[in-house]
Design a protein around this ligand. Structure first.
Ligand code: HEC
Ligand code: HEC
Length: 454
C-alpha cells in the first residue's frame, strides 16, 4: 500500500507538468538532419571580409555619399575599417567595391557595444519606395564602363526589390519578401537573372524579427516557421541570390558556408549585464520548468531543447508569416526544384501552420519579442493585458528597461502612420502566447528574473 501511494505521489509532479503546459499533446517534434562541418575561424573571416556578393557599389561612390565610418566595431584593417559592420569592401578587377553582408541584419549594437549575431532591429525599411537606385546606375554608366559593369547586378536587383519590400514601421525586417522577389526573378536551375518576374509576387510584405544567431546550434529547422530543413548552409547563403551570376558562382560561395555555419554555431548568448536576484531567479526556475519548459526546454547543466513546432491554434500569435508560405506554393515549388536541393547537401522547405518555440538563451537582449517584433518587453510577453496596441521606441536614444526587460516605449491611443508599431495591421498582430497570463504578478517577476540568467 505504502509503495503504491509513493508511486502515485511520484506521478503527481508529472501530471502537473503535463497539465500546466497547454496543448502539450499538439506539439510537433522537428527531426534533425545532418549538417556540414567546417572551420569556424575561416567562416568568421569570410563573413567580415569575404565576397559573398560579388557586385556592389564602388567604394569611391559609397564613401562620397555615406562618408567614412569610424566605429570599426569589427576591428578590421584597410578599407574594411572605414565602413559600417554591415558592409565589406571587396576587390573586383582592381576596383574597391562595397557590398552589404549578413551582419547588416544579423548583428547590432547594445548600449554602444557591438553584439555579433543579435538581430538588427534598428534598420529602417519603412520608406523603401522612395529609395531610387536608378540615378546611381545612370551616373556610373556615364562615368565608368568598368564600374558600371561591376555595380550593375547589385543595382538591378536593388531596383527590382526595394520598392516592393516596404514595411509599416521601422525595426521589422522584410527579408522573407526579399527572398520571394529574388526567387521570382531567377531560374531555379541556372540561377540566372531575368528582368521580368517569372512568378507572381504576392503584394503583402510580412514583417519579421531577425532571430539571434546563437540559437541556431540548438535548432533542427531554420526560420520562425521551421521552413528550412536539410542542409542549413544552403539557406545561410540565400542572400547570395541578390547578385549571383550563375551556378558556378553559387558553388564557389557554397564552398565557404560549411565554415560560416561552423562559426555561427560557436556564437554564445551575451550575459545579462546587471545584478540578478538569485533567490527570486531560483523561484522563477521552478515556475519556468512547470509552465514553459515543455515548449522552450530546460537550461543550465543537463538542459535540453525539445525542438517543437507549436500549431498556430495553440500559440495563437499572428498567423500571416506561417500562412504566407502555406499559400506561397510557387515559392515552395521553385525551391524544391532548384539548385539548392541538388548535390551532396540538399536543403528542403516544409511549410507548417505554426511557429517554433525558440530557445530562450540570451532572450533578455533580443527585444522586441514574437516572430514579428510586436511586443516590446518580456513583461508584456508574459502578461498579454500589458501589450501596447500602438507603440514606438526611441531609435536615436534607445533606452533599455531592465525591469520589464525590453525597450522603453511610448504608447498612443491612435495609429501614428509609420511612426509607431500598429498591432492592428495584418502581420503586425500581438495576440496569442497567453501562457504567462495565468501566473500572478509575483510569479511573473520570478520567471522574468530567471529568464535574465539564460
Ligand atoms: C536583409 C536582412 C538579412 C540579411 C542580409 C541576411 N539575413 Fe539571415 N535572416 C533574416 C531574417 C528576417 C530571418 C528570419 C526569417 C524567418 O524566420 O522567416 C533570417 C534568418 C536567418 C537564419 C535562421 C535563424 C533561425 O534561428 O532560424 C540564419 C542562420 C541566417 N539568417 C543567416 C544569414 C546569413 C549567413 C546571411 C548572409 C549570407 C544572412 N542571414 C543574411 C534577415 C537577413
Ligand atoms: C505551448 C508552447 C509554449 C509554452 C507553454 C510557452 N511558450 Fe513561449 N513561445 C512559444 C512559441 C511557439 C513562441 C514563438 C511565438 C511567435 O513568435 O509567434 C514563443 C515565444 C516566447 C518568447 C519570445 C521569444 C522571442 O525571442 O521573440 C518568450 C520570451 C517566451 N515564449 C517565454 C515563455 C515563458 C516564460 C513561458 C512560460 C510562462 C512560455 N513562453 C510558455 C511556445 C510556448
Amino acid at each position: 500500500m505504502k509503495k503504491i501511494l509513493a508511486s502515485l505521489l511520484c506521478t503527481i509532479p508529472f501530471l502537473l507538468t503535463a497539465f500546466s503546459n497547454p496543448g502539450a499533446d499538439d506539439l510537433i517534434a522537428i527531426q534533425p538532419s545532418p549538417q556540414r562541418s567546417g572551420d569556424a575561424a575561416k567562416g568568421y573571416e569570410y563573413l567580415i571580409t569575404g565576397d559573398i556578393l560579388k557586385s556592389g557599389v564602388p567604394y569611391s561612390y559609397f564613401t562620397m555619399i555615406n562618408g567614412k565610418n569610424e566605429t570599426n566595431h569589427l576591428n578590421r584593417t584597410g578599407k574594411n575599417a572605414t565602413v559600417d559592420f554591415g558592409y565589406n569592401v571587396i576587390e573586383r578587377e582592381g576596383i574597391d567595391v562595397v557590398v552589404p553582408t549578413c551582419l547588416h541584419c544579423h548583428s547590432s549594437t547594445f548600449e554602444g557595444k557591438y553584439v555579433m549575431g543579435l538581430g538588427n532591429t534598428t534598420l529602417d525599411f519603412s520608406d523603401t519606395k522612395s529609395t531610387n537606385f536608378k540615378p546611381a546606375l545612370n551616373m556610373l554608366k556615364m562615368t565608368s564602363a568598368k564600374q558600371y559593369e561591376i555595380a550593375k547586378p547589385f543595382l538591378t536587383s536593388a531596383i527590382a526589390t526595394f520598392p516592393l519590400m516596404e514595411t509599416e514601421v521601422r525595426g521589422v525586417n522584410p527579408a522573407d519578401k526579399l527572398a520571394g522577389i529574388l526567387v521570382a526573378h531567377r531560374n531555379p536551375k541556372t540561377l540566372e537573372w531575368s528582368d521580368s518576374a517569372m512568378l507572381q509576387i504576392p503584394d503583402e510584405v510580412v514583417p519579421v524579427d531577425v532571430p539571434a544567431w546563437w540559437l541556431l546550434k540548438k535548432k533542427n529547422a531554420m526560420f520562425h516557421n521551421a521552413l528550412g530543413r536539410g542542409d542549413f548552409s544552403r539557406f545561410l547563403m540565400l542572400s547570395n541570390l541578390l547578385t549571383v551570376k550563375d551556378t558556378a558562382e553559387a558553388r564557389e560561395v557554397s564552398g565557404h558556408f560549411g565554415d560560416v555555419l561552423a562559426y555561427v554555431r560557436t556564437i554564445q548568448a551575451p550575459k545579462y549585464p546587471q545584478p540578478v536576484d538569485d533567490k527570486l531567479a531560483a523561484k522563477g526556475k521552478l515556475l519556468f520548468n512547470d509552465n514553459c519548459s515543455g515548449c522552450h526546454g530546460t537550461y543550465g547543466e543537463g538542459g535540453s531543447y525539445p525542438n517543437f513546432l507549436v500549431p498556430i491554434d495553440v500559440v495563437q500569435t499572428d498567423p500571416m508569416l506561417c500562412e504566407s508560405f502555406i499559400k506561397g506554393k510557387a515559392f515552395l515549388d521553385w525551391f524544391e526544384n532548384s539548385w539548392f536541393t541538388e548535390g551532396e547537401n540538399p536543403a528542403h522547405v516544409v511549410a507548417s501552420e505554426g511557429y517554433v518555440a525558440p530557445p530562450l538563451d540570451g532572450v533578455w537582449i533580443t527585444a522586441p519579442y514574437m516572430h514579428n517584433g510586436a511586443v516590446p518587453t518580456i513583461e508584456a510577453m508574459l502578461n498579454s493585458k500589458l501589450r501596447p496596441k500602438y507603440w514606438s521606441r526611441d531609435f536615436d536614444k534607445p533606452e533599455y528597461d531592465y525591469k520589464a526587460v525590453g525597450w522603453k516605449y511610448t504608447t498612443y491611443t491612435e495609429p501614428q502612420k509609420k511612426k509607431a508599431y500598429n498591432t492592428t495591421l495584418p502581420g503586425y498582430g500581438n495576440t496569442g502566447h497567453y501562457f504567462g497570463d495565468a501566473l500572478t504578478d509575483a510569479e511573473r517577476s520570478a520567471v522574468i528574473e530567471y529568464l535574465k540568467t539564460l
